[in-house]
Design a protein around this ligand. Structure first.
Ligand code: ADP
Ligand code: MG
Length: 296
């Protein structure tokens, strides 16, 4: 048997993250499984407090899980030296925060912000200048290169932040509610910029979002509930016999490695499924029944 997720770019296997606050334990992640393939662009959704930011902090190397396994592009996130962690954060991943002000240095121009990570990485000035111009151009900001963050709109600042995060050609971009502080139209521009990074530069993109306009436009949306992946919506475009195309969205429950799956609460309540259920294996599906009265 091949290793779980061995061909995926991102693999989370049963990650647990417990925060200890005084004498209280908070289980932010409770055995979360997720795989993301190279080149994918996915959305992560879930109620406030469900563990989305914790997951992104783990994947971007800012935080270390309490247990489980997490690998990104072959880097083992639980076993990294501090030097490897720094290299990972500089070269392998890019990160965009919701708070626009947190992404950029306020006293540097857009082009100086974009250029900075490349100087840290030791890139020569001629290449750096060329790549900065290319990135700002790709983000639709060629004419605003000399402006400082305070002279740009919120959406423009987020697009500069995307250019900064792409500077060192990361394998994957993580964005935690990048459109959360923006109005709808501006949020669409930022989403379009992330899509450009994915389609034109081949960067894998993982976006945490509340915004249904964003989550409905990616191929896969992963829902997190109580620190676990609970369901996934996969979208594909189908062309009918008349040549008209339509996006078909299908929801799947997530089956973990141990074979556990969560039944949606409306299914449970409408059939009165509690504590135990009867399962029957059919040739092409599995049936789930409430346990009968005599069994209780
Ligand atoms: P989301 O981003 O989905 O809103 P978070 O990942 O921020 O959720 O939080 C998940 C849970 O972990 C919440 O109950 C939150 O209060 C808790 N939590 C997050 N960060 C910390 C922390 N640094 N210390 C203690 N508890 C935390
Ligand atoms: Mg959050």
């Amino acid at each position: 048997m091949t290793e779980y997720g061995s061909d995926a770019l991102i693999v989370c296997d049963n990650i647990v993250r417990i925060y200890q606050v005084e004498n209280i334990e908070v289980q932010a992640l409770q055995g979360l499984d997720l795989t993301v393939d190279r080149g994918e662009m996915i959305a992560i959704v879930g109620a406030s407090g469900s563990g989305k930011s914790t997951l992104l902090n783990v994947l971007s190397g800012l935080d270390v899980p309490t247990a489980g396994q997490a690998r990104v592009a072959g880097w083992d996130l639980l076993r990294m030296t501090p030097a490897a962690r720094l290299a990972y954060r500089r070269k392998v991943v890019g990160f965009i925060w919701q708070q626009t002000a947190r992404n950029l240095l306020p006293y540097l121009s857009a082009e100086e912000n974009v250029s900075l990570p490349m100087s840290f990485a030791g890139m020569r000035s001629r290449r750096r200048i060329r790549r900065t111009a290319e990135l700002l151009d790709a983000m639709g900001l060629a004419d605003k290169a000399r402006r400082r963050p305070g002279e740009l709109s919120g959406g423009e600042q987020q697009r500069v932040a995307i250019a900064v995060s792409l500077a060192n050609r990361p394998e994957v971009l993580f964005a935690d509610e990048p459109t959360g502080e923006l109005d709808t139209a501006t949020g669409e521009d930022v989403f379009a910029a992330l899509r450009t990074a994915n389609r034109n530069l081949g960067t894998t993109v993982v976006i945490v979002t509340h915004d249904s306009a964003v989550s409905s436009q990616v191929q896969r949306t992963v829902a997190i509930r109580d620190g676990r992946t609970s369901s996934e919506v996969v979208r594909r475009t189908e062309v009918d016999e008349f040549g008209a195309s339509a996006v078909i969205a299908r929801e799947y429950a997530v089956l973990d490695r141990a074979g556990r799956l969560q039944l949606p609460s409306d299914f449970r309540s409408s059939l009165g499924l509690k504590r135990r259920v009867r399962l029957e294996l059919e040739s092409d599906h599995v049936g789930v029944w409430p346990s009968s009265k005599e069994d209780d």
